[in-house]
Design a binder for this molecule. Structure first.
Ligand SMILES: *Cc1c(COP(=O)(O)O)cnc(C)c1O
Length: 226
């Protein structure tokens, strides 16, 4: 199956459910991205700032780039001029820097709050209580150049489907809690970025609005790269 075939079969699968497909192109060459682009794909996800900016510079400008990996505050400036959405916001400090760089670029940057749902504590992401504290703070309320569009989460890597399902259910519950408490009247707060190649069907059943698929589209990555 070609990249184009993979995309078209995934799109068929999710077509009627209103779920957005982010093609995760990290570690993959430009030719692979162009093949996906030529088949109509426009949303792409990367997890490293340098790789992302290099690809941005070389590829068509109507691609919407999503940053899905951990973001260091000192790197925000490189992506602020063009990034479509940052899925990995995990602190007020990071959000303040995104706001600052967005202001400089005269933009409003869409962000998701990354919440911890997996049990390995190697994963990035905030606990629900931290997210609540962030959203309640005066510092947050002062930020005018970011827009919080929802939440993102990464489930535990496991073959236990019940566990994965419970984690997605939890993320959806967090989403509804935050929506009710802070974004009741904000039409932008709609996204649940959850589901990767191994678990996206479950994620969709649990209410995902954005799935992030790498290997299902582009094939396996070199094992050493995350
Ligand atoms: C790499 C990555 C993906 C895609 O992983 P696949 O298993 O190849 O689909 C999705 N989300 C994040 C945050 C990633 O780092």
């Amino acid at each position: 199956m070609s990249i184009a075939d993979n995309i078209s079969s995934i799109k068929k699968e999710i077509g009627t459910k209103g779920v957005k497909l982010i093609a995760v192109s990290k570690t993959k060459p430009l030719e692979s991205i162009i093949e996906a682009y030529d088949s109509g794909q426009r949303l792409f996800g990367e997890n490293m700032v340098q790789e992302l900016t290099e690809k941005y510079n070389k590829l068509p400008k109507d691609i919407e780039w999503h940053l899905i990996g951990h973001l260091q505050t000192n790197k925000v400036k490189y992506i602020a001029p063009f990034i479509s959405m940052i899925h990995s916001v995990d602190s007020l400090k990071l959000l303040q820097e995104i706001n600052k760089q967005a202001l400089k670029a005269d933009r409003i940057i869409d962000c998701l709050l990354q919440l911890e749902i997996a049990d390995e504590d190697t994963k990035y992401g905030m606990e629900m209580a931290e997210a609540v504290e962030l959203l309640r703070s005066d510092e947050f309320k002062a930020l005018k150049n970011i827009r919080i569009c929802g939440v993102m989460g990464i489930a535990t890597l496991t073959n236990n489907r019940k566990k994965t399902q419970e984690e997605f259910y939890e993320l959806n519950t967090f989403f509804r809690g935050l929506k009710a408490a802070f974004f009741r009247n904000d039409p932008a707060f709609t996204e649940k970025s959850m589901g990767m190649s191994g678990d996206y069907e479950l994620a969709i059943e649990e209410g995902s609005t954005m799935i992030r698929l790498g290997s299902t589209i582009f094939g396996e990555r070199n094992k050493k790269t995350k």
